[in-house]
Design a protein around this ligand. Structure first.
Ligand code: AMP
Ligand code: ZN
Length: 114
């Protein structure tokens, strides 16, 4: 999508601190990190949110989550753990309408969220 921030990052029109990239997905550090490790993993295809996925996306969703935990381990979160977050729409706190998995680690996180 032409005016989507994350699509612009994928196209290289906005700079990002890239962690991982393949044909289907991209991982980059969050611009406003909420923990020592905070990166986003996004599909390259513009999908607005997790509720707009289809049955045909099941493999992609599984691959995103699998890659997220692999990258979390590489970034040093294996011993103490990590949190994977997918915000969805207004009540879920989603501010960028391009599906993304937050990966937060490197400190102890509160629960439940406020
Ligand atoms: P959400 O509130 O779940 O939609 O999360 C959107 C996330 O994208 C926030 O944590 C932002 O800090 C992050 N973000 C927004 N713009 C950028 C950008 N240009 N580069 C990296 N992260 C960004
Ligand atoms: Zn997009």
């Amino acid at each position: 999508m032409s005016d989507c921030i994350f699509c612009k990052i994928i196209r290289g029109e906005i700079p990002s601190k890239k962690i991982y990239e393949d044909d289907e997905m991209l991982a980059f550090h969050d611009a406003t990190p909420q923990s020592p490790v905070h990166f986003l993993l996004i599909p390259k295809r513009h999908i607005r949110n997790i509720m707009e996925t289809e049955a045909a996306d099941v493999f992609l969703l599984g691959t995103l989550l699998y890659r997220a935990q692999e990258l979390a381990k590489i970034l040093g979160c294996e011993e103490n753990g990590v949190r994977f977050v997918v915000n969805c729409k207004k009540d879920g706190g989603q501010t960028v309408d391009h599906l993304h998995i937050h990966v937060l680690g490197g400190r102890s996180l509160d629960w439940p969220p406020g």
